[in-house]
Design a protein around this ligand. Structure first.
Ligand code: XMP
Length: 530
């Protein structure tokens, strides 16, 4: 039974990705979703014959993985995968597993000294005859691919032919056309295989996918699913104004209207005018029922005199839960809590130290609350990647500037104000941040940057303005590029931009007389200052 408020995937053509533990399995799913193909990643431990039957995939992909197929007990797909009568694409470890299962031979690379050559990094593949899967490839005679394997195929399984070779991989691209089984030694899903997306496009075309996974379809089905799940019950949503919670709220509102109440906790650590903007948009423009929990005094009061970063976070986290609970308790008959959990948060990953493990982000500010309050969860974004959430937000009519906003941390400006937090410092910080972001937008750089903000430093420095001496705060500008916030590079602004921004901040923000630019990457730094 479909208990979560997401469209029933059985309504879609589905592709199954069997995960053998590759670091880049998620990228396969991303490439497929970009092609409007619904797919799910499942760790090999969970995929047995019965699973394949009930999932009824239209095609299957075997991911790469760190193990060696020559090792006894190494991961395998179930037999039913080969017997399902659907196209299969094996990648790297997936190729090797396919060859061994179907009667070919795989030799250990360096490990067994079987004559194989381990290969890591860039390689060039040249064609051997033609293959529909390779349509659009080899226009320049060869293709750059990313190899990452210790073992190699030594003998093809019966029925397979070679369609591409590289200097170290004589079986770089292989296929058994009678069964529509394809197997490649490299990783087409990574950036370093620049035209790899084309292989996925060709594969899903060959498998007969019509591309029915669109945001328009998702929206309609999600609305139905939410209605089915919630019935007449009331739902509460913690609205932060960030992309995930905004899209969750908008979707729920479309589905159940007034049964939804959003609680927007204003902890006094928001950016300039942010509280008003969020409430105005959701309450006044979109007619959502929003409780504006104005608890600035409570939060700032508790934070007074606190300068240790972890203590700040703990205080804010605890107060947030208390406050949310207080307001939520006033909503009579609430049975559900809506959360903007995304697909990357719920994908089960393959763990070699034990069974499959679930990765769940611990950032959710309302973590632990559902059990405490006896609420059930509604998570309508569980099937989506971040870029799909943005597309859904667009589909739901949320303004572009809201959808494309940089991430903002739960503890807000508290962690951008190292040392003691005071109202005066927060006011200065808000203004400086607004000028900085305005500069970035004016120069058309906002969308190139993952996150940009100002941190006010716990240090005052001497300056001279006009004829007078000043003794004011220094601030640091931060701007980074990143794909997921896990690693980041500082953004290479021009000196002209930095100079102009420093001048504007010093002229327009009383209380700041020195501006610095933080050029630390992550690692070793973090994105936030605390
Ligand atoms: P760091 O500073 O750890 O940040 O490099 C990585 C990303 O996470 C955001 N961040 C948070 N988000 N609650 C959140 O919701 C938090 O406590 C928190 N701390 C950091 C940060 O803004 C960046 O995008």
């Amino acid at each position: 039974m479909n208990t979560s408020a997401v469209p029933d995937p059985a309504d879609h053509e589905r592709l199954l990705i069997i995960d053998f533990g590759s670091q880049v399995t998620q990228l396969i799913a991303r490439r497929l979703r970009e092609l409007s193909v619904y797919c799910e990643i499942h760790p090999y431990q969970n995929v047995d014959d019965a699973f394949i039957k009930s999932f009824a995939p239209k095609a299957i992909i075997f991911s790469g993985g760190p193990d060696s197929v020559v090792r006894e007990g190494s991961p395998r797909p179930p037999k039913a995968a080969y017997e399902a009568g659907v196209p299969i694409l094996g990648i790297c470890y997936g190729q090797q597993v396919m060859m061994q299962d179907l009667g070919g031979e795989v030799h250990g690379g360096k490990i067994s000294g079987g004559g194989g050559t381990a290969e890591f990094g860039r390689a060039f593949v040249t064609p051997e005859g033609g293959l529909d899967l390779l349509q659009g490839w080899f226009a320049d005679g060869r293709e750059q691919v990313w190899m990452s394997h210790g073992d190699h195929v030594a003998k093809l399984a019966p029925g397979f032919e070679v369609y591409g070779v590289s200097p170290n991989a004589p079986y770089a691209i292989t296929a058994d056309l009678s069964r529509n089984f394809f197997a490649v030694q490299f990783h087409p899903e990574v950036h370093h295989t620049p035209r790899g997306a084309m292989l996925y496009e060709n594969f899903v075309r060959l498998a007969g996918f019509s591309g029915d996974w669109t945001m328009e379809a998702y929206r309609e089905q999600a609305v139905e699913a939410i209605r089915a799940q919630a019935g007449d019950a009331k739902v509460i949503c913690a609205l932060s104004g960030g992309v995930d919670s905004s899209v969750t709220a908008a979707l729920l509102h479309e589905a159940i209207g007034d049964q939804l109440t959003c609680v927007f906790v204003d902890h006094g650590l928001l950016r300039l005018n942010e509280g008003e903007e969020v409430v105005e948009m959701f309450r006044d423009h979109m007619n959502l029922h929003v409780i504006h929990a104005e608890e600035q005094e409570l939060f700032l009061g508790e934070l007074e005199g606190v300068s240790d970063p972890e203590t700040k976070r703990k205080i804010i986290g605890k107060l947030f839960i208390d406050v949310f609970q207080k307001y939520a308790n006033e909503i009579e008959g609430a049975a559900y809590l809506a959360q903007g959990t995304l697909y990357p948060d719920v994908i089960e990953s393959v763990s070699f130290s034990g069974g499959p493990s679930v990765t769940i982000k611990s950032h959710h500010n309302v973590g632990g609350l559902p059990e405490k309050m006896g609420l059930k969860l509604v998570e309508p974004l569980r099937e989506l990647f971040k870029d799909e959430v943005r597309a859904l937000g667009h589909e739901l009519g949320l303004p572009a500037h809201f959808i494309a906003r940089h991430p903002f941390p739960g503890p807000g400006l508290a962690i951008r104000c190292p040392g003691e937090i005071t109202r005066a410092k927060l006011d200065i910080l808000r203004l400086a941040d607004a000028v900085y972001i305005d500069q970035i937008r004016k120069h058309g750089l906002y969308d190139e940057i993952w996150q940009a903000f100002v941190a006010i430093l716990p240090v005052r420095t001497v300056g001279v303005m006009g004829d007078g001496r000043t003794y004011d705060y220094a601030c640091a500008l931060r701007a980074v590029t990143s794909v997921d916030g896990m690693t980041a590079d500082y953004y290479p602004f021009s000196h002209e931009f930095l100079g102009e921004t420093a001048t504007r901040i010093i002229n327009e923000v009383p209380g700041i007389n020195r501006v610095t630019y933080d050029i630390t990457s992550k690692p070793p730094g973090t994105i936030e200052w605390e």
